[in-house]
Design a protein around this ligand. Structure first.
Ligand SMILES: [Zn+2]
Length: 517
């Protein structure tokens, strides 16, 4: 299978119909019934395949300047143009052969044979299987994959690779990175909005420009057995395109050819060519210090570190960090988000997704969209400060809420129930209203004192939501024998705290003036 010519990417069109396309068909029917999204069997595959398409476009169609980027956004490249450009790299996109897509150049060295299910991220790692601790999914759920699903699993693994035991490297952005994309109305737009102009993408000065500097599987692997810094691969060692085509894991898929077609355990498609095993070996490429164009980063000791999803989900409390630079420069949004905000001056949507990893295992997959608000020039820092007030107030209210629910349910005992779901419920309950308030703050940026009624309104929202969530959990019957008096006291304490001075301070609201009676 060739991953530029063959139809292997499952997509959904505007009318709801589904089909599998070859990458060059991305813009077919764009005027009448456009493709709107990838529609694969798994959410991590959807995220991975969208990045695959962005990577393919970045590698073969990087626009020379912003003018061209804008032009192709309005008038998408035709499928003929895309086919022509993709054909220049097609030889690197064969799933099998001497040089096989995202697989190791020296298969004879890969001596560790594993079931194909170990290529799926939530599958237990080799070590867990040995210790028989694979509670995460049923080990026998997936025994065989069709070529398309095998390619998706391979790409998702190389992109998201968690730590996998001694010498089994994590992805270029670490295990389970957070990806933030600008989301368009069609799949073409979602891809194109996240392709950078050449000058933004390429490093200043000398760039390694050989084919295997882009597609590392075209040459022997830069293995990482030697002690750092010898075994490290940094951005000066490779072409920037390799960020999309990184191979932290040394892998070879093992194909079997059957006399009769058999269904794939993920998508159900029947195929005579199937994959039940792969071989692997540790000490694949050890990437460090990259600032990936699709991820937000924080800077520590002068080096960019990609941000990863954390327990508790992704939501508006992370929003600023994903769309705005921090004042001290230690936090940077993804380059594609930065470019969109500075070059289009439009509102848009941000799509954030990624695994929350606990070392080798995935705890959860997170997926959310949120608005991208464009602020009048020169007012960024004022807007940011106002939004920070809203978030700080909500953060404090969430903490107080959790504390009072704990009082009500567990009393003063030292019982350590996990109450993170209470905070998660609160964040979710206030999410949509938050963006309305942020939008109102933006609308009032040029009017003196316009933020005061917005913040008062937000204070009321937090108050109502906290009591609602309190009542929901305190009376849900999840815990038996709740003492009614303890419950009433806790609820009263919560209401008092939310009406108090601290929340007004955090929101930057003036304290009410008391008239001496
Ligand atoms: Zn399949």
């Amino acid at each position: 299978m060739n991953l530029t010519y063959d139809r292997w990417i499952p997509v959904r069109r505007a009318d709801g119909s589904r089909e599998s396309i070859a990458p060059w068909q991305l813009t077919e029917g764009i005027a009448s019934n456009p493709i709107v999204a990838v529609a694969s069997p798994r959410p991590d595959f959807d995220g991975a395949l969208t990045q695959f398409l962005i990577g393919l476009l970045q590698t073969t169609c990087a626009p020379p300047d912003t003018f061209t980027w804008r032009k192709w956004r309005r008038e998408a490249l035709t499928s003929d143009e895309l086919r022509g450009r993709f054909s220049t790299v097609a030889h690197a996109f064969e799933l099998e052969g001497k040089a096989a897509f995202m697989q190791d150049y020296a298969p004879a060295e890969l001596t560790n044979k594993l079931d194909i299910s170990a290529l799926l991220i939530e599958a237990p790692g080799e070590q867990t299987q040995e210790q028989n601790k694979d509670h995460f999914i049923k080990r026998n759920g997936v025994a065989q994959l069709c070529p398309a699903c095998a390619a998706m699993a391979l790409f998702s693994m190389q992109t998201n690779a968690p730590s996998g035991g001694k010498g089994y490297r994590t992805g270029l952005r670490g295990g389970g990175p957070l990806t933030t994309l600008v989301q368009g109305k069609t799949l073409w737009e979602t891809c194109w909005l996240n392709v950078l102009e050449q000058a933004r993408h390429l490093r200043d000065g000398e760039t390694k420009d050989g084919e295997s500097d882009r597609f590392p599987w075209l040459a022997p692997t830069r293995i990482s057995e030697a002690k750092p810094p010898a075994g490290i691969t940094t951005s000066v060692d490779v072409h920037p395109d390799q960020q999309f085509w990184a191979v932290p894991r040394r892998i070879r898929l093992l194909a079997e050819v059957l006399p009769l077609p058999t269904p794939c355990d993920l998508c159900g498609a029947a195929s005579t060519r199937i994959y039940r095993h792969f071989v692997t070996r540790n000490y694949g490429v050890n990437y460090q210090g990259f600032e990936h164009l699709l991820s937000p980063h924080y800077v520590k000791d002068g080096l960019p570190n990609p941000i990863h999803p954390q327990p508790g989900g992704v939501g508006y409390r992370h929003w600023l960090g994903w769309v705005e630079n921090s004042a001290d420069g230690t936090r940077r949004p993804a380059k594609v988000i930065e470019r969109f905000r500075t070059q289009t001056r439009e509102d848009g949507r941000l799509w954030a997704f990624g695994f929350d990893m606990d070392n080798m295992k995935a705890r959860c997959w997170y997926d959310a969209t949120m608005p991208l608000l464009t602020v009048p020039e020169g007012m960024d820092s004022i807007f940011k400060a106002l939004v920070e007030h809203l978030i700080q107030g909500a953060d404090w209210a969430a903490g107080v809420l959790r504390g009072r629910v704990k009082d009500a349910l567990l009393g003063g005992s030292d019982a350590r129930g996990d109450l993170s779901f209470v905070q998660a419920h609160f964040w979710e309950a206030t999410e949509a209203t938050f963006y309305e308030h942020a939008d109102r703050l933006r609308a009032g940026l040029t009017t003196p004192q316009a933020e005061v009624p917005v913040k008062e309104s937000w204070r009321a929202v937090l108050h109502t939501a906290a009591l609602f969530v309190f009542d929901h959990h305190a009376q849900a019957g999840d815990f038996d024998a709740v003492d009614p008096r303890r419950l009433a006291t806790a609820r009263n304490d919560l209401a008092k705290a939310l009406a108090g001075k601290k929340l007004r301070d955090l929101l930057g609201l003036p304290q009410p003036t008391h008239n001496p009676a």
